[in-house]
Design a protein around this ligand. Sequence first.
Ligand code: SF4
Length: 306
Amino acid sequence: MKVIRACVLGYCMGVRRAMDMAEAALATGSQSPVYAMGSLIHNPQAMKSLINRGLTVLEESNLPGDLSGARVIIRAHGITPHLEAALTNRGATLIDATCPRVKASQIKAQSLCREGYRVFLAGEKEHGEIIGIRGYAPDCIIVGDPVSAAAAAEKLFLEEPRPVKTKRSIKTALIGQTTISPDEYTAIAQAIETVFPNLHSINTICRATRDRQDSLRELCGQVDAVIVAGGCESANTRRLLAIARAAGRGIPAWLVETPAEIPGEIRSFTTVGLCAGASTPDGLIDVIEEALMKIDCKRITPEVVL
Ligand code: SF4
């Protein structure tokens, strides 16, 4: 079987940086316990590997009372300043692996609030990145789509105790989740601008997700089927699967977490594309590629495991 890799696949800069910091901390793990504040990465194999080497995952709802001498890694999505304080107050030393792009959004949200802006946050309410940024701008308004954005803007306008004439000059700003689609972000901005035409829109969109999607679309034109490597809990990986399935010719596509999950149907195809989400480790991509290349279009090799 011929396998063609997408030009851009696997770890984004922020995830790679967080994983490198975790690896470095675990390499000196005997000095002090190493914790991660929440799951560092949406990939079960990568998490299992870190846990096997001594990493313990903390849950915000169940923090130990004493973390003296422990090191706690903050994941790429970042956390709230409140949670940071809770960890340091318990004696932990923080290893801040917040992606620099997410950190920039946190700082920008905080400074806009201090300058008197009403800040809209475009993204998923329950996403770790949005929860973290909201911690820096507690009065921000989270909007998930243009309809809810228009409604939230209208509500803000109506509640403002100023004469109508001056209401439109309320200082408003919009920050997007780094992984939001540009089209969705623009539609949300336009919806808010119908109420607040002077909206200050901050472009915080990260190209990492789009680069992987564009690369997959290009790949779909060259192959008969696609394998998306990555964790099924990873939103950006599932999105790649949807893109492959919706691609022009409607080619078959599967999401696999390990070589053992490669479907038997793949034997019907001679040229298969391989892409991977931003949280898929290089090693996992490699073993899935190797397993695909060993398929002679008659027999699969499920014995190849991580
Ligand atoms: S997708 Fe972009 S912003 Fe998010 S962690 Fe990766 S590099 Fe950072």
